[in-house]
Design a protein around this ligand. Structure first.
Ligand code: ARG
Length: 460
């Protein structure tokens, strides 16, 4: 027998290379707090069910609480040879309270233990993520409110299309991040299920009260199949999928801010505090923050694909492969959190160049649709109106002017229906504000969505 907790049947000492290769403690020590939380609940339940005595439970719980303090203060020494966080804590407990420590693992396996730890950890991280996204949504709404009167070009195919309010554009991201928050919240329903009691794979012979353990740990439900419970990592994959979608949204925002801050666009200027320079080109001020956010998106997608690939075709139940779930999960959570925080701050760290946005919206015939709509209002079928407006655009291109610079006589060559009021129709604010369908870019529409949003984020 060796000195491992599982050493009973082993005659030979574990090869050192194997110890190193199999050890996960450098990574899963992050779970220590949740591991202790799960163990204390399991222990309370064991005592309540008279599987261990009250004195034993008290000794175990006091020991675990002391270990938790050591870990929090940084005095706890994790050892690689003890494989993982679970065995490190168990060994420390045994050192502290002696053989009674061995009773904690009654009716439990590391397979259901690690599952409960990750669920507790990810539940907390999901909550934090949702709170972080709420702060981000607040920052977006504040920026939208500040810029309600700024008109900019809206794009399709990255070609100027129709004028929109900058506030409307920003609020598009509010919608995306609100959906992300809802996705994380919904995922918590699948996370918040208690696997303890599944033991290694088949359940346990001890009369455990799983509902009681679940209630102690704040779980909404207990898992219904022990084999599934110890081999399920769907909830991690689902979180990573939600994180990937959220990062995709960040990457789009980041890309736009990079483009907008270029001299070609000149729509925004980052504060000096939120930009970096070049070591060779003295004139440079680079948008590294959104660039890095865009870049980190790949990392989070990578985590999702890594775990999907790890889990692919694994036979039931637990397999050691599954230990590889933690590095991508922890890295993705850390990356996502960093992006949420920095992007929230970013909204206070660029100024909007109103004039540049407005000027860009004022050239390129962004009111051409409205010229056609004007004729439709006078009874012309839309297709004919579209053709008339198209001809007007062609002439304007030739003359190097905008549609509103064409004289009424010139417009009348395309259709007799044009009258003086067409110029009012072509005004950019008018063009934006006529788009008054719910969800459109009119001032009233955007303002009322901002009001709703303020209620959603508890700001109204
Ligand atoms: N470190 C392991 C993991 O993270 C814990 C479970 C180990 N179970 C086992 N049967 N070796 O997956």
């Amino acid at each position: 027998m060796t000195d491992k907790p599982w050493g009973g049947r082993f005659a030979e000492k574990t090869d050192q290379a194997v110890e190193q290769f199999t050890s996960s403690v450098a990574v899963d020590r992050q779970l220590a707090k949740c591991d202790i939380q799960g163990s204390i609940a399991h222990c309370r339940m064991l005592a309540r069910q008279k599987i261990i005595s009250d004195q034993e439970a008290t000794a175990i719980i006091e020991g675990l609480e002391a270990i938790e303090k050591d870990i929090a203060s940084g005095t706890f020494i994790f050892s690689d040879s003890l494989e993982d966080v679970h065995m490190n804590i168990e060994a420390a407990l045994s050192e502290r309270i002696g053989p009674t420590a061995g009773k904690l693992h009654t009716g439990r396996s590391r397979n259901d233990q690690v599952a409960v730890d990750v669920r507790l950890w990810l539940r907390e991280e999901s909550r934090r993520t949702i709170e972080g996204i709420k702060a981000l949504r607040r920052a977006i709404v504040a920026a939208a409110k500040d810029n309600i009167d700024v008109i900019m070009p809206g794009y399709t195919h990255l070609q100027r299309a129709q004028p929109v309010r900058l506030a409307h554009h920003l609020m598009a991201y509010y919608e995306m991040f609100s959906r992300d928050a809802r996705r994380f919240k919904d995922g918590m329903r699948r996370i918040n299920v208690m696997p303890l009691g599944s033991a290694a794979l088949a359940g346990t012979t001890y009369p455990l009260d799983r509902d009681y353990t679940a209630s102690l740990l704040g779980f909404d439900a207990v898992s219904a199949n022990s084999m599934d419970a110890v081999s399920d990592r769907d909830f991690v994959i689902e979180f990573l999928a939600s994180a990937s979608i959220c990062m995709m949204h960040f990457s789009r925002l980041a890309e736009e801010l990079v483009i907008w801050s270029s001299s070609e666009f000149g729509f925004i200027t980052f504060s000096d505090a939120f930009a970096t320079g070049s070591s060779i080109m003295p004139q440079k001020k680079n948008p590294d923050i959104p660039e890095l956010v865009r870049g980190k998106t790949g990392r989070v997608y990578g985590a999702l694909v890594a775990l999907l690939t790890t889990m692919k075709a694994l036979p039931l139940c637990y397999n050691r492969d599954m230990q590889e779930d933690k590095p991508p999960l922890f890295d993705a959570v850390q990356t996502l959190t960093a992006c949420i925080d920095i992007c929230t701050r970013m909204f206070d760290n660029f100024s909007v160049n109103h004039e540049a946005m407005r000027q860009a919206a004022g050239s390129g015939f962004l009111n051409a649709t409205d010229l056609a709509d004007y004729l439709v209002g006078k009874g012309l079928p839309f297709r004919d109106a579209h053709a008339c407006a198209g001809k007007a655009v062609a002439v304007a291109i030739e003359k190097g002017c905008e549609l509103q610079a064409l004289a009424l006589d010139e417009l009348k060559q395309f259709s007799e229906l044009f009258e003086k009021d067409v110029y009012h129709f072509l005004d950019l604010e008018q063009v934006a504000d006529k788009r008054d369908t719910y969800g459109g870019t009119s001032r009233n529409g955007v303002l009322s969505r901002i009001k709703e949003a303020e209620k959603e984020i508890g700001q109204a």
